[in-house]
Design a protein around this ligand. Sequence first.
Ligand SMILES: NC(=O)c1ccc[n+]([C@@H]2O[C@H](COP(=O)([O-])OP(=O)(O)OC[C@H]3O[C@@H](n4cnc5c(N)ncnc54)[C@H](O)[C@@H]3O)[C@@H](O)[C@H]2O)c1
Length: 410
Amino acid sequence: MSASLSRPRVGVWLIGARGSVATTVVTGCAAVAAGLHPPTGMVTETPAFTGSGLPALPDLVFGGHDTLDCPLPKRAETLTAGGVLPPGVATAVTAELAAADREIRPGGPTPGDTRSQAELISAFAADLRDFVHRHELERAVVVNVASTEPASHRPDAPLPASTLYALAALRAGCPYVNFTPSEGMHHPVAAGEAARSGLPHAGRDGKTGQTLLRAVLGPMFAQRALSVRAWSGTNLLGGGDGAALADPAAAAAKNAGKERVLADTLGTVPEGEVHIDDVPALGDWKTAWDHIAFDGFLGTRMILQTIWQGCDSALAAPLVLDLARLTARSHETGLSGPLGALGFYFKDPVGEGPSGLSEQYEELLRFGRTLGQGEGEGQREGGGGGGGEGKGEGRDAGSVSGPEVTGEAR
Ligand SMILES: NC(=O)c1ccc[n+]([C@@H]2O[C@H](COP(=O)([O-])OP(=O)(O)OC[C@H]3O[C@@H](n4cnc5c(N)ncnc54)[C@H](O)[C@@H]3O)[C@@H](O)[C@H]2O)c1
């Protein structure tokens, strides 16, 4: 992406860089930066964040890891044919897509990969450091948008790929965002390293559709003292995400986050389950149906049903851009540890923040103001992230910020 060389540039390193969400992120950022489309869906482009000191969209440089080798412009063409990207946009930003494509490195582990876990972490971290160094980036944020991994509860299981990437991010001195339900930084091995690293991190699992609605409706039932008896949901979706979630263990990881929102907002876990069906014909379009059985005055029984029909990547991409900018700025101002104030974006947020969307939004606005006050503080003398092995440049959350800005301090 072209940018003024005098302004500091920030890397966005996407794990799963050739996927639907990642391709939409790169295409969308270039299209908005070029003024081809308004930044619809990007909360960080609203006036409330004008003074937050966030990196500008033209100053973002994209790269990443993937285990596939389909070129990004080709992937964007497929998304255009599927109606995910509007006609003409991918062609208009083909130079930016090609530039990002040149920065995608082979991920892992691939089938038959003979590298040890330590070797994989070292290779991923070396790719990141090389990216930061060659582009003279001020810092780089690692964002996981790779396929959802099946949850494993075996104590002797090898570290999941998402955790190898999270460890590589820490090793390369990069803040980290987990947009997926995969374990990533939640794994005990990574959690300990993260605490020692002094780097900020956020997650997990972007809240884009059904759970977004639940985070609004859950508080409504609680505040109106209505008694929810059962909350059931079904999702129909295709695309790569639909195929990955056809695995019951991967779907279980996803559904845990959806159920947490209800438990947190209602105070109880109502009856009912969430099902995810892979319907390849739907591509990136998801239909999510919720059926809520509740009791009113004198026990009168009632039902609310909602149907959400969304284009998953178009919902996710602006959030990924918001998160990359907010996390980069958090790193710049010296924040470290879990960024609980970003709970607005996640199904299963790190830290102890509120669960209702309205309170989460207020918290995000406070956080945006805090980031603005952090202007000039900081970490620039250390050269930002991405420079060295486990540098741990950030300050402890407690020594930098008020309690509202990190989950762990609340
Ligand atoms: N779109 C949404 O609304 C939304 C919301 C929340 C979370 N998510 C999550 O975002 C992720 C991406 O979704 P998508 O629709 O882009 O899926 P996708 O299948 O189109 O893309 C996933 C990409 O990850 C790559 N990948 C798989 N294993 C990898 C590895 N070990 N290393 C590097 N790359 C690897 C795949 O090759 C693929 O290119 C999923 O985990 C999904 O659950 C999406």
